[in-house]
Design a protein around this ligand. Structure first.
Ligand SMILES: [Fe+2]
Ligand SMILES: [Fe+2]
Length: 226
């Protein structure tokens, strides 16, 4: 028996305000964010071994720990709201949707490591993709946070996490800069342009025409309030 819950992502503050006042939708959306964090951490555990330099690997390690911390923070808030942290379908993971349109690397390639260290062109695809995805994450969390009163614990949680997503976006920018210095500026520019074009396509496909994401999964898996 499936059920549907509408999660109103998009760029519209009013939609997030509606969601902030509906516990079922709120818990469902926090579960969506939680699943994305966990997916990022999953990718990171492989990247911490598959990236070609010690600097990239230690940066990946730090990212992984931070994405795990974000997962835990969502987990805790979901429970405080009376929900159950639970799995969401893979199609609900934004990193997966982005990889389908060439933004970032697919999980299959990342998990094929550490047998094969990522080549420079693959690193550029990865860093350019994660750069725009982290920026999207930080913007979305900002809009969502604004939907809550100043003293709301969910707002504090979202603000805590968004700060680190913005730092991740910047550090991926730094990594790209290092490839520019190695004479790969045209690859970096081409990949950033392609991610800049394709990421909004992934975002629109993620939403329906009303700017909503609709869950159709088991009630329990939504972590909905009992
Ligand atoms: Fe995160
Ligand atoms: Fe991040």
């Amino acid at each position: 028996m499936g059920t549907s819950t509408i999660v109103q992502f998009g760029d519209d503050l009013a939609a997030y305000q509606v969601m902030a006042q509906n516990d079922t939708a709120l818990v469902a959306s926090l579960n969506l964010f939680r699943a994305s964090e966990l997916w990022g951490a999953r990718m990171g555990t492989f990247l911490a071994q598959a990236l070609p330099t010690p600097e990239f690997r230690s940066e990946a390690l730090l990212h992984t720990v931070q994405e795990l911390r974000h997962t835990y923070l969502f987990d805790r808030r979901i429970r405080e709201l009376g929900g159950i942290p639970g799995p969401v379908p893979e199609e609900a993971i934004y990193l997966v949707r982005c990889a389908q349109v060439g933004v970032g690397l697919p999980v299959e390639r990342v998990e094929g490591s550490p047998e094969r260290v990522l080549a420079p062109e693959e690193c550029i695809r990865l860093f350019a993709g994660v750069h725009v995805i982290e920026a999207r994450g930080a913007r979305t969390l900002r809009t969502f946070a604004d939907a809550f009163p100043e003293d709301d614990p969910t707002r504090a949680l979202l603000e805590d996490i968004m700060g680190e997503e913005a730092i991740h976006a910047a550090s991926d920018g730094d990594a790209l800069e290092s490839f520019r210095q190695q004479g790969l500026a045209s690859s970096v520019d081409a990949m950033l342009a392609s991610c800049g074009e394709n990421e909004p396509i992934a975002w629109r496909r993620f939403l329906n025409s009303a700017g909503e994401y609709v869950f159709r999964v088991e009630y329990e898996a939504l972590g909905a309030r009992k």
